[in-house]
Each structure stands twice: as structure tokens, then as C-alpha cells.
Design a protein around this ligand. Structure first.
Ligand SMILES: Cc1ncc(COP(=O)(O)O)c(C=O)c1O
Length: 453
């Protein structure tokens, strides 16, 4: 239940007091999470080891997951719309995955040797992503992107990488509003996401020093913003024309279409990176692409690129990934999950029209973003322009939305991004829609005041 429906006369400046009430309710409802968060402060900076999962006043500590639901340490149950930031596509307790993990562990944990599991998982991935003519495994999406970019630099003998405003390619290659101070010191040129003319002219201008252009075919961290076909076509054309490698970071997006967004757009990148869900929910990353490039890793060839990694082929991830992809995340399951996501997004946008509020749902298939925004959203600059002069208030609206959703038993991220798992039902997406409907009905005046409506 969302508390304290607002009088129509409520003024803009009341947003912070409404938010304070919501936070006070949250604190009172979650004493065990508060205690754990307090204890964690002594060991982890700010009590945190993963920035993504932090939110104020303190995050919910989760005790267990089952199917599409999570239970926190204070005993509240939530429908999970975070699903491990898209890695949790199989839900929390898939019996086949649990059985595969136990069966694999029973044969011994890791061997310092290849196993048949990596043969099977790599074959399965090549079948789905034919641009990966050869591939290698690593341990995270971050690592996959770093290795793909390092490979592009080594084979091209050029040093610069082109990225797009708002890009997230992992914790050491992040460009939300300019580069993160932790970024790898590769020379970088930033172009504009979803601006085909500018991207093509930037590639033409800098082609002589560009090793690669790296792009998320839908930007995740920026708010689930899909690339347009014209943008992707322009990147392929310009990179080919100017001898620059094109890397698709499909760590997040490869699950929103069978064969990834590369199959949806009908474009073959030179290199592809994967991660998140491809090991059935266990730690993994993968990078691969054109055989002439990836053959440089063949250790039987003189001068090959060395690429070790203790856990690159860890048996649990390799076998669980193979089983999860081949037996659970089939084309049919992927299509069903995406259809549910498409319906959810359409109905979220219908709710915005019904309440006449500046809210837009973006995304593709089973991944969605919700923005308090008026007008078109092509990229992070459009979002920034929409927030200009009201940044703090929009941030407060997001906080309020987030806390209201938690109050309704909906677990979604503070930046209001969500995704579905194969366990998510239509009844559950309907519950999310009902909670958003209630939020918009009760908070409409606050929202409109922020946008001077
Ligand atoms: C597009 C994209 N690339 C790379 C990464 C990094 O993956 P990981 O968190 O496994 O390092 C992520 C993670 O959210 C991502 O969304």
C-alpha cells in the first residue's frame, strides 16, 4: 500500500517532506537490514562492496530467493524485478540449475585442466552468436570488454577506443557523465549514442588512430536505451570503411533477442562480449569474434597472445551455462519473456497517458527503464536536458518511486531499471503495473509540479 495520498494542492517543495516520511517508514520496517548495514560499515567502505546495489538510507539485505521472489532479512517478500541486473534470467531456484551445480561439484571442483564442459558451452554460444567464430572465457563482463579492447589494440596496432556518451562497459570502463576516475587508461574518443551522422563522421575523422568502436546495442546503465537500426548500420558501415574494429558489448543485451541484438539488427560485429546470464547465474564472461583475430590466442602458434585466468574454464560455470542455455533459455522461452516485457512497457506508457504525467518507459523485450521525462529519449543527453534545472527533484522522485515500490512488495532498482526472468508471470507484471498506477494516482501532483505542469 502506498501511504498518504496527496491533496491536489500539494506544492513542489513538499516533495522532500513526503520523501522524508517514506524514508522513515522504510527505516522502521527494516531493522535487521539497518543493523547489517551498520555492521558492514566497519569492514567495507560505506558498508558496500558493489556500488550498483547501494541505495540510501541503506539497502535491503536479502535472506533468500525462490522462483521470481526474494525475501529480505526482515521477512518481507518481494517480486524481483532486478533479477541480478539481468544475470538472473533463470529465476532463483530453477531445479535443473540446482541439480546441475550439485552434480558438477560432486565430480570435483576445479582441475587446472580443460574439461568437456567448456567444449559444450563454447559450441552452444557459437551456435547462438555466429559472429563469435572463435571465443574465449573469462570471469566477468568487465574482463570480457577489457580483453576485447586489448585484443583490438594489439591486432590493429592502434591505441584509441571510441565509446558513446552514457556507456557502461564495466567498473573500469564507465562513462555516465564523463569518464570514471577508475577507468583503464586507454585513449578514448567519445561520440554520441544514436546519432548516426556524428558517429560516422567521428569514425572517419579519427579512423587512423582508432583500434575499435565499442557499443552496447541497447545502453543498459544509461537507462535501457535501445540503439536505432540506422545508428547500428552507420557504425558497421563507417568502421568497415575506415579499417576500425566494431565491438558489440552484449553482456546485458544478448538475452533480449535469441542470438542477441546483433541478430535483431542483422549486423555482424568483429568482436562480441558476453557475461551475466550465460553461466546459468554463476560468474562468467566471454569474448570472441572473427577467427583471424581470435586465432592470435592459439597457444600452439609462435608469438600467440597469452591469456591465462585461473577460473576462465571453471567447471561449475561451464557446465551450468551449457545446461541453462540449451535446456532452459530456448528461443521459445526467450520470445515469451520478451513478449511479456513488451506488453509491460506498452502498459507503463499507457499509464503515463492515463495520468497525463511526464513518464516514459524504454527498453527492449524483457529489459525496461522508467524515466520521469518529457519528449524523446535517444541518449543520456536527452535525459540530462529533460532534467536540467530540476536534477535534485527528479532524483527525489526516483527515490520516492523506489521506496513506494518496496512498500508494495516490488523490488526494482533505484535508477528505475528492471527486467524479467523466465519465472516472472503476467500476474506479477500486473502487480507492478497496479503499483505504478497507484504511485501515479497518489503522487501525480508532485510529479507535475517538478515539471511545472
Ligand atoms: C553492458 C555491460 N557491459 C559490461 C558489464 C560488466 O559486467 P560485470 O558486472 O560482469 O563485470 C555490464 C554489467 O552490468 C553491462 O551491463
Amino acid at each position: 500500500m502506498i501511504h498518504s495520498a496527496l491533496a491536489p494542492t500539494l506544492r513542489n517543495e513538499q516533495l522532500s517532506s513526503v520523501l522524508r516520511d517514506a524514508e522513515a517508514r522504510y527505516v522502521a520496517a527494516n531493522p535487521r537490514s539497518a543493523k547489517l548495514s551498520g555492521e558492514a560499515q566497519g569492514h567495507l567502505p560505506g558498508g558496500n562492496t558493489r556500488t550498483t546495489v547501494h541505495f540510501s538510507p541503506f539497502p535491503l539485505y536479502i535472506a533468500k530467493g525462490e522462483g521470481s521472489r526474494l525475501t529480505d532479512v526482515d521477512g518481507h517478500s518481494y517480486i524481483d524485478f532486478i533479477n541480478e541486473y539481468t544475470a538472473g534470467v533463470f529465476g532463483h531456484s530453477n531445479a535443473l540449475i540446482a541439480e546441475t551445480i550439485s552434480r558438477t561439484i560432486a565430480q570435483g571442483l576445479n582441475f587446472g585442466a580443460p574439461t568437456e564442459h567448456e567444449v559444450k558451452l563454447s559450441a552452444e554460444l557459437r551456435k547462438r552468436f555466429p559472429a563469435m567464430e572463435l571465443l574465449r572465457f573469462c570471469n566477468s563482463g568487465t574482463e570480457a570488454n577489457l580483453l576485447a579492447m586489448a585484443t583490438a589494440r594489439a591486432v590493429s596496432r592502434k591505441d584509441t577506443i571510441m565509446i558513446f556518451n552514457g556507456a557502461y562497459h564495466g567498473s573500469v570502463f564507465y562513462f555516465s557523465h564523463g569518464p570514471s576516475p577508475l577507468n583503464m587508461p586507454f585513449p578514448v574518443i567519445t561520440s554520441t549514442f544514436n546519432d548516426p551522422e556524428k558517429a560516422a563522421s567521428d569514425i572517419a575523422k579519427h579512423g587512423g588512430k582508432l583500434a575499435a568502436v565499442i557499443v552496447e546495442p541497447m545502453q543498459g546503465g544509461a537507462g535501457a536505451l535501445p540503439a536505432t537500426p540506422a545508428f547500428i548500420a552507420a557504425l558497421r558501415d563507417a568502421t568497415e570503411r575506415h579499417g576500425v574494429l566494431l565491438i558489440f558489448d552484449e553482456v546485458m543485451t544478448s538475452r533480449v533477442h535469441f542470438g542477441g541484438l546483433q541478430a535483431y539488427f542483422g549486423v555482424k560485429p568483429d568482436l562480441v562480449t558476453l557475461g551475466k546470464y550465460i553461466a546459468g547465474g554463476l560468474t562468467i564472461g566471454a569474448f570472441g569474434g572473427r577467427a583471424d583475430i581470435m586465432r592470435r590466442f592459439d597457444p600452439s602458434k609462435p608469438g600467440s597472445f597469452p591469456h591465462g585466468g585461473t577460473f576462465n574454464n571453471n567447471v561449475v560455470a561451464m557446465f551450468t551455462g551449457y545446461v541453462a542455455l540449451s535446456r532452459i533459455l530456448t528461443r521459445e522461452t526467450t520470445d515469451q519473456m520478451n513478449a511479456l516485457g513488451d506488453r509491460l512497457r506498452a502498459e507503463l506508457n499507457d499509464l503515463a497517458s492515463k495520468h497525463a504525467v511526464p513518464m516514459v518507459a524504454t527498453g527492449f523485450g524483457s529489459i525496461f527503464g522508467i524515466h520521469f521525462h518529457e519528449g524523446k529519449i535517444r541518449n543520456i543527453d536527452d535525459l540530462d536536458q529533460g532534467e536540467a534545472g530540476r536534477e535534485a527533484e527528479v532524483a527525489d522522485l526516483k527515490k520516492l518511486f523506489h521506496l513506494d515500490m518496496i512498500d508494495c512488495g516490488i523490488y526494482i532498482s533505484r535508477r528505475i531499471m528492471g527486467n524479467l526472468s523466465v519465472e516472472t508471470t503476467q500476474a506479477e507484471t500486473d502487480k507492478l503495473l497496479a503499483a505504478v498506477d497507484e504511485f501515479l494516482a497518489s503522487r501525480k501532483n508532485l510529479l507535475k509540479a517538478v515539471f511545472n505542469r
